[in-house]
Ligand binder design. Structure first.
Ligand SMILES: NC(=O)c1ccc[n+]([C@@H]2O[C@H](COP(=O)([O-])OP(=O)(O)OC[C@H]3O[C@@H](n4cnc5c(N)ncnc54)[C@H](OP(=O)(O)O)[C@@H]3O)[C@@H](O)[C@H]2O)c1
Length: 326
């Protein structure tokens, strides 16, 4: 039922009045890392934060590409900025494949050598929703491995830097891009015994939903364990982006809902707003999950099952033991 509801109608909510041009306070001196920032929502998030906050540096972390591809990703951001901003905000490209522990570890080391020993805002934005089944190079269900576990490892590797940054800036944040797709997860939210398999019994909606439940749970648990860092999970809204390319080709339900979906999709500019809000607004309460823009949503399995976030944290600690230090 949830799959049909979300696929056909999306979710509609009252929104906070948030205008990046008016509401983003200066981010002077700050260092920001955004995963998946060569993609649509990540790129727009980088543009909004650079244009209106003028941080010292934004690191665009995305799948490795050749020199022309790196330049294309950076110039898509640079050319959207006024010339004086483009010359003051340093942009770097950080290659990372979130489906590989080895790649995540080398990206974290490379980030530490790129940046000035600080990380003020970490935005976990990259994501996939493939129709096909598969596992990551470390043997985890592909969608869960990229969307959740890869991000969990990256976060653990960068936590010492995030924590030490609080001595320079008390407003250090982690923003986690989840999805209303959490409602499509299998019963219970996370089926732990599928996580090291291809999860053949779960269709793409269920696998995507499971990974997004995990991200909402991750935000909740991070907020409890690291109260000096403000953490929020968000749903961006429904936007036509690179995320749906494979779905449009292979999923009958998406093709069926195509004519309707144009009435519920929004623009990339509006779609990036909730994560930009979560990265900058003083109203953010750590550990919560927000739908656009800035509206708390407690109707998730993570709230219904108060033990889920803790169980996921324990499971993750076990899986990442030995790889979560540089
Ligand atoms: N669009 C929506 O309606 C919607 C709704 C709810 C939630 N979201 C979430 O919003 C986030 C951003 O998605 P988007 O809509 O902007 O889609 P997108 O344009 O496809 O951006 C996703 C980015 O993640 C990158 N990526 C994919 N696999 C990766 C990996 N293994 N390692 C590192 N990076 C990887 C992609 O790189 P390539 O392009 O090179 O593959 C792409 O740049 C995702 O977490 C998504 O789940 C989107």
């Amino acid at each position: 039922m949830s799959i049909i509801k979300v696929a056909f109608f999306g979710s509609k909510n009252e929104s906070k009045d948030f205008d990046p041009a008016r509401d983003i306070q200066p981010l002077t001196g700050r260092v920001i890392l955004i995963t998946g920032a060569a993609g649509d929502l990540g790129r727009q998030t980088a543009i909004d934060l650079a244009r209106h906050g003028r941080p010292a540096q934004i690191v665009i972390a995305d799948l490795p590409r050749d020199a022309a591809g790196v330049e294309a990703a950076l110039s898509a951001i640079r050319t959207a900025l006024p010339p004086d901003t483009a010359s003051t905000v340093r942009l770097d490209f950080l290659p990372i494949d979130l489906s590989s522990f080895a790649s995540i570890r080398s990206a974290a080391s490379a980030f530490l050598s790129l940046s000035s020993n600080r990380l003020d805002i970490l935005i976990l934005n990259a994501g996939i929703m493939p129709v096909s089944h598969g596992v990551t190079s470390d043997g985890y269900e592909k969608v869960f491995g990229v969307n959740y576990l890869g991000h969990a490892l990256l976060t653990r590797l960068l936590l010492p830097t995030l924590q030490s940054t609080t001595s320079m800036n008390q407003d250090v944040r982690i923003v986690i891009v989840a999805s209303e797709g959490h409602a499509m997860a299998p019963k219970g939210g996370i089926v732990f015994d599928t996580l090291k398999t291809e999860a053949k019994k779960l269709n793409h909606f269920r696998r995507y939903g499971q990974s997004k439940v995990a991200l909402i749970a991750f935000a909740k648990e991070l907020a409890q364990r690291y109260p000096d860092i403000k953490t929020a999970a968000i749903h961006p809204g429904r936007i036509s982006t690179g995320l749906s390319t494979e779905l449009v080709q292979k999923s009958w339900i998406i093709r069926l809902t195509g004519p309707i979906s144009r009435f519920v999709v929004t623009t990339v500019e509006l779609g990036a707003r909730n994560q930009v809000w979560a990265a900058t607004s003083a109203d953010v309460v750590s550990g919560r999950y927000y739908v656009p823009v800035g509206v708390v949503d407690e109707k998730t399995v993570v709230e219904r099952d108060q033990g889920l976030a803790g169980r996921l944290w324990e499971w993750t600690e076990g899986e990442l033991k030995g790889v979560d230090k540089i």
